[in-house]
Write a protein that binds this ligand. Structure first.
Ligand SMILES: Nc1nc2c(ncn2[C@@H]2O[C@H](COP(=O)(O)OP(=O)(O)O)[C@@H](O)[C@H]2O)c(=O)[nH]1
Ligand SMILES: [Mg+2]
Length: 369
C-alpha cells in the first residue's frame, strides 16, 4: 500500500546519508559505531578523547557562537571533530537543503497537499537540527525518527476511537455518508454494517440516494446479502425524510446504528450541496463521514474540504487503498480538514475495511524492504 510514497521517503534517507557522508565518516560505519558507543561509553578512551577535544578547542567556541556566519568553516569543522569523537551526528542546515528540496518534490509528486508537505518539511528540519538529534546515533536513525514524528503529526490529526464513540453514544447512533459519485459510499456502508455486526452492534441501512436510478436496487442487494433491514423511498423523494424514517425505525426496533446513504454529487453543484445541508439540519446525525478514494489524491483532499463546509464531517473513509495509490490523500486529509481518517477500504469484499491506524501507516511507510 502506498508504495510510491514509501520509495520516495527512503530516497530522503539516502539523500541525507549521502550529503553527510565523509563528514561523519559515512553511513556504513554508523551501526558499528552506535553499538560500541552504547556499551563502551564510560570506559572507552574515545569517550575521554572527546572530552579532551572539547576542552582543547573550547577557546574556539565563543567565536563559533558569537559569529557563525562570518566563520562558517571553523565551527563546523570543530563541531564535526567533536561529533566524530563523541559518536554523535551533527547535521548542518546546508547538508539538509538538497535532501529537503528533494523530499518536498517527492511529497508533492505523491499528491501530498502543499501545506501538509510544508508542515512535514518544517518538522523534519526542526527535529534534525534540534535537540533530539542527540538521542540517536546514526544518520539513518535520525532521518527515520524525524520522518516518523513529522508524518505522524500530520496523519494523526483529530484521531478518536470510533468504536468507543459508538459504544458510548445514545442509541440509535445515526451516521450519514457523503462524497461524490462512485467513490464507494454504498459499499462502505455495507462493509461498516458488517464491521459493526462483528462487534455486536445492529444496524439498519437508509437509502438517502433518491437521486440516482438503480440506487435502491443496489443497496437492497447489499441489505439482502447481509440480512439487514433497509429503509428506502421512491426515486426523487426527499433524502432527509428517508434517513429520518431510518432513525424512527431504529428507535422502534431497538437498532443500534442507522447508516444513511446519500447521492453522490458534484461538490460544485450548489443544489445538491444545499440538500446535504438540509439532511444535516433535519436528521442532525451523530456523525457525518466523508468517503473518497485514496487514489483520488489532491482531488480527494479538496473535496473533503468542500463537503466539510456544506455539512461538517466528523471523519473520513478512504476507499480503494488496495489500488495502487500515491498515498498523498492518506497523508493530507486529516491535516487539511482537521478531521481524522477513520477507515480504509481495501477491496470489494464486505470484510475489506480496516480501522485506520496512523502509527501503523507511518511504520509501513518507513519500513525498509
Ligand atoms: N478495489 C476497491 N473497490 C472498491 C472499494 N470500495 C468500493 N469499491 C468499488 O467502487 C465502486 C463504486 O462503489 P459504490 O459503493 O457504488 O460507490 P458510491 O457511488 O459512492 O456509492 C464499486 O464497484 C465498488 O465495488 C475498495 O475499497 N476497493
Ligand atoms: Mg451509492
Amino acid at each position: 500500500m502506498f508504495d510510491g510514497l514509501k520509495d520516495k521517503l527512503s530516497g530522503f534517507r539516502e539523500d541525507v546519508e549521502e550529503s553527510t557522508e565523509g563528514e561523519d565518516e559515512a553511513a556504513p560505519d554508523d551501526e558499528a559505531a552506535a553499538e560500541s558507543d552504547e556499551t563502551d561509553a564510560s570506559t572507552d578512551p574515545v569517550g575521554e578523547d572527546s572530552d579532551a577535544a572539547a576542552v582543547e578547542t573550547g577557546s574556539d567556541e565563543p567565536t563559533a557562537d558569537g559569529d557563525s556566519s562570518s566563520n562558517d568553516d571553523e565551527p563546523s569543522t570543530f563541531q564535526r571533530a567533536k561529533a566524530f569523537a563523541t559518536g554523535r551526528i551533527i547535521i548542518e542546515e546546508e547538508d539538509l537543503e538538497e535532501p529537503l528540496w528533494n523530499l518536498e518534490m517527492a511529497l508533492l509528486e505523491s499528491d501530498v497537499e502543499m501545506s501538509v508537505a510544508e508542515q512535514i518539511l518544517d518538522s523534519v528540519r526542526e527535529s534534525m537540527l534540534g535537540e533530539s538529534r542527540k538521542q540517536v546515533e546514526t544518520t539513518g536513525e535520525l532521518v527515520e525518527s524525524a520522518l516518523h514524528d513529522a508524518l505522524l503529526d500530520v496523519i494523526a490529526v483529530g484521531q478518536f476511537d470510533f468504536e468507543q464513540r459508538i459504544s458510548e453514544a445514545d442509541k440509535p447512533v445515526t451516521i450519514v455518508f457523503t462524497g461524490v459519485n462512485g467513490v464507494g459510499k454504498t459499499t462502505s456502508i455495507a462493509k461498516l454494517s458488517e464491521w459493526l455486526a462483528d462487534r455486536g452492534y445492529s444496524s439498519v441501512l437508509a437509502n438517502g440516494d433518491t437521486y440516482r436510478a438503480g440506487a435502491n436496487e443496489q443497496i437492497r442487494e447489499h441489505a439482502d446479502r447481509l440480512g439487514r433491514d433497509l429503509i428506502s423511498h421512491d426515486q426523487g423523494g426527499d433524502p432527509a425524510a428517508v434517513i429520518y424514517d431510518g432513525v424512527e425505525y431504529a428507535e422502534a426496533n431497538d437498532i443500534d446504528v442507522v447508516l444513511g446513504d446519500t447521492a453522490g454529487r458534484l461538490h460544485t453543484s450548489d443544489d445538491l450541496m444545499a440538500q446535504l445541508e438540509k439532511i444535516d439540519r433535519v436528521v442532525d446525525p451523530d456523525m457525518t463521514l466523508f468517503v473518497d478514494e485514496a487514489v483520488a489524491g489532491q482531488d480527494a483532499v479538496n473535496r473533503a474540504k468542500e463537503f466539510d463546509d456544506a455539512a461538517a464531517i466528523d471523519g473520513a473513509i478512504l476507499t480503494k487503498a488496495d489500488a495502487d495509490s500515491s498515498g498523498g490523500a492518506a497523508i493530507s486529509v486529516a491535516y487539511v480538514t482537521g478531521k481524522p481518517i477513520l477507515f480504509l477500504g481495501t477491496g470489494q469484499g464486505y470484510d475489506d475495511i480496516t480501522l485506520f491506524d496512523p502509527e501503523d501507516l507511518v511504520e509501513s511507510l518507513l519500513d525498509e524492504e
